[in-house]
Design a protein around this ligand. Structure first.
Ligand code: ADP
Length: 480
């Protein structure tokens, strides 16, 4: 295949001067920053240079108890008593403040998580604000969403989120919970706690009553203390299928929504606009380092156009810029943690060992930091681990098919069912396939497009419950 050296651009880094990192961050409980009861802390590292950014509190049972009690008090005494219109006004204020401080949030997100500033600036932060705007509108219109039914908040919601979209996931969880009249204890991921903590400060600036939103930081044990807490009325979790199953067994509440892994198939038919499809595939797995649970990590391409598509894709992959997440020209940033990088390397090795052929971008990777060259495999069999397991990295597995039936069968041949993509010129084919695909979201002639009004969630081992839209509201309400 042809080599495609990238053009040399001068560095164009965003300045991090706007971000005021504290030396240490506490939990946010009852409107105040507080240390852990036992004083324990952890560090968060910038994955692009392996330097410690700052330390934050590592929560234990006592801290989770305190946060749940604070959320209960705020629910009983304030949040359940104020009018729905007032709840909407608070959410609206949060959305406006997020927009005003979007640059600071975008830079902090890229520093803490490693995603390119282009993604955090243009996707994560605007979408997070959009979720608050969208749900601000619903707060006083819930009876219209569920006509002839009575709706009540559930009470205290425990929410546990992963590291791939730290602020956006917080917004996905907080906005509907608050709009529906619940109070919250949120547990961000251990490698990316900073934007959730900054959001907590912003929520305080928005004047929310203390205790309505609480943030407890820490790792798996902190999450487990929250998800198995007897004092919460709802658990919403986004993360791995393994932890999701554990939570399902240990949660005391029946109100559970789980958004778990995925192994999405992007299906390209011979009549598809191929150049557009290439951009969709790139967006689906390489931007954001493949750190997306709905990443299009399997490409199913019709045999008649396979060689042409792979040639175009190869050309495009080799022009992706990998490097400093804060540089505005960067396409692919840093892998979130050393552990995640090891997981990607292990799966890639298994792909080679099982007989698939590995192709990689030849661009030099930065010497410091955790990076992985954009890669793809050809000659992949559906039984190979790289075709079955979630890789969560910039690695695509390419397979071919001959007929639409074969495409659907291969796409559905997975334990997951979160998302899928169809690329074809024929509208009728899209509608036929939509009914046949076992995926919560199916994109047609596009990929990884999100909107707060459209419900998101999975089939099979990708979890259950929906987030976003009217369906997402139901997850935070008792509907009678
Ligand atoms: P990922 O593989 O995406 O890191 P995890 O499921 O390990 O996903 O993590 C997602 C979130 O779940 C993180 O906030 C993490 O701290 C939390 N978590 C990890 N283990 C547990 C557990 N046993 N119970 C509850 N939460 C957990």
């Amino acid at each position: 295949m042809s080599e495609t050296p990238t053009w040399d651009y001068a560095p164009a880094p965003e300045s991090s001067a706007i971000v005021n990192l504290k030396e240490e961050y506490g939990h946010f409980i009852g409107g105040e920053s507080v240390p852990s009861a036992d004083g324990a802390t952890m560090e968060t590292i910038n994955p692009a240079n392996e330097q410690v950014l700052t330390r934050f509190a590592k929560g234990g049972q006592e801290d989770v108890d305190r946060a749940v009690a604070s959320a209960r008090k705020a629910y009983d005494e304030v949040w359940s008593k104020i009018s729905a219109a007032d709840r909407g006004k608070y959410l609206y204020r949060i959305a406006r403040l997020l927009q005003e401080r979007s640059r600071e949030f975008a830079i902090l997100e890229s520093m803490d998580g490693g995603k390119p500033i282009r993604e955090s600036r243009d996707i994560d932060i605007p979408l997070a604000a959009h979720h608050f705007f969208y749900h601000a509108g619903w707060a006083d219109k819930l009876p219209y969403a569920f006509p002839n039914q009575t709706v009540n908040p559930l009470g205290v919601a425990g929410q546990i989120i992963p590291w791939n979209f730290p602020l956006l996931m917080a917004a996905w969880k907080l906005a509907p919970a608050l709009a529906c009249g619940n109070t919250v204890v949120l547990k961000p991921a251990e490698t990316t706690p900073l934007t959730a903590l900054l959001l907590a400060e912003l929520i305080q600036d928005a004047g929310l009553p203390p205790g309505v939103v609480n943030v407890v930081t820490g790792a798996g044990e902190t999450g487990a203390a929250l998800s198995s807490h007897a004092g919460v009325d709802k658990i919403a979790f986004t993360g791995s299928t393994e932890v999701g199953k554990l939570i399902q067994r240990t949660a005391k509440t029946r109100n559970l929504t789980l958004e778990l892994g995925g192994k999405a198939a992007n299906i390209v038919f011979e009549d598809a606009p191929l150049d557009q499809a290439v951009e969709g595939i790139i967006n689906g797995i390489y931007f954001n380092q493949g750190h997306v649970c709905c990443a299009g990590s399997r490409l199913l391409v019709q045999e008649s156009v396979a060689d042409l598509l792979v040639e175009k894709l190869d050309h495009r992959i080799k022009s992706l810029r990998v490097g400093d997440p804060l540089d505005k020209n960067t396409d692919v940033g840093a892998i979130n943690s050393r552990e995640q990088l090891d997981r990607i390397c292990e799966l890639v090795e298994s792909g080679k060992a099982e007989g698939s052929e590995l192709h990689q971008s030849t661009e030099d990777l930065p010497e410091k930091g955790w990076f992985f060259a954009p890669s793809y495999f050809t000659g992949v069999a559906p039984s190979h681990r790289i075709a079955r397991e979630e890789i969560f990295g910039p690695v695509l597995s390419i397979m071919t098919f001959r007929t639409p039936d074969e495409a659907v069968e291969k796409a559905n041949n997975t334990m997951y069912g979160l998302s899928a993509g169809i690329w074809t010129d024929k509208g009728s084919r899209i509608f036929k396939l939509l009914g046949e695909m076992n995926a919560g979201v199916v994109w047609a002639n596009t990929f990884n497009k999100f909107d707060p009004s459209s419900p998101f969630g999975g089939y099979k081992e990708s979890g259950y419950g929906r987030e976003g839209g009217k369906q997402g509201l139901a997850a935070y309400l008792e509907v009678k």
